[in-house]
Design a protein around this ligand. Structure first.
Ligand code: SF4
Length: 222
């Protein structure tokens, strides 16, 4: 199958499976989203949401986060992995927002990635979800799904995967594709037990076909 037809098939199928895919981090403004994405590094959205429900009630502005000792903020996010480092980054980030951006989250990619704890993925999520700028943030799900479906090579770095997806997917579909790949990876093409046996893309998925054949061999050998 030609690459463009392959990509179209993936986008259309995932569109049918997850028409309402969206960012699952609960937030009500760009600042809360930035804090939530920062907290989500190496942590599930579910855990982040459990913590931010109280956190966002207590801290509403950058000033609020800076008004407490670091140890207090650490306590408030202690259920999250790497909480000490993340607490430190949140306070540094809040100070920069106040010093340079009047307390607002900046909208440019290079400004976002200069903030402590904000990498390329976080910047892309904030730009696309909070400010409506098309972007494809490559997290663990997007990377895995892209590689399994042959839209990127197994040895590609995260940045290479992002660049390939940006070349292959029409710009107007970048943000939705990002959300749909995450939903597909989170609920269907899971890391440990992908649902290949009921997958609508099995016929074009080398990884899935190899996996199903191996399972068949195992069953026949029983
Ligand atoms: Fe994922 Fe399996 Fe579907 Fe391939 S066939 S996309 S590995 S669920």
């Amino acid at each position: 199958m030609a690459t463009s037809a392959r990509v179209r098939r993936v986008l259309d199928t995932l569109g049918e499976m997850f028409p309402d895919a969206h960012c699952e981090l609960i937030h009500s403004n760009p600042f809360e989203l930035t804090i939530a994405v920062l907290l989500s590094a190496q942590c599930t959205d579910e855990t982040v949401n459990k913590v931010t429900v109280n956190l966002f009630h207590k801290y509403k502005t950058p000033e609020d986060y800076l008004a407490v000792p670091l140890e207090q903020l650490e306590q408030d996010i202690r259920r999250i992995g790497l909480f000490r480092n993340k607490a430190k980054n949140i306070q540094k980030l809040c100070q920069i927002l106040l010093d340079k951006y009047n307390g607002e989250v900046p909208q440019k990619h290079e400004q976002l990635t200069e903030l402590p704890g904000v990498g390329r993925k976080t910047a892309n999520v904030v730009m696309s979800t909070a400010f409506g700028v098309p972007a494809i943030a490559v997290d663990t799900h997007v990377e895995r799904v892209s590689k399994r479906l042959g839209l990127a090579d197994e040895t590609d770095s995260v940045l290479e995967v992002e660049k390939k997806l940006m070349r292959k997917v029409p710009r107007v579909e970048w943000t939705l594709t990002h959300h749909r790949f995450i939903f597909f990876g989170r609920y269907h093409c899971k890391a440990q037990s992908p649902r290949c046996e009921v997958c609508l893309l099995l016929d074009m998925c080398k990884f899935g076909k190899t996996r199903m054949k191996a399972e068949q061999r195992r069953n026949n050998g029983k």
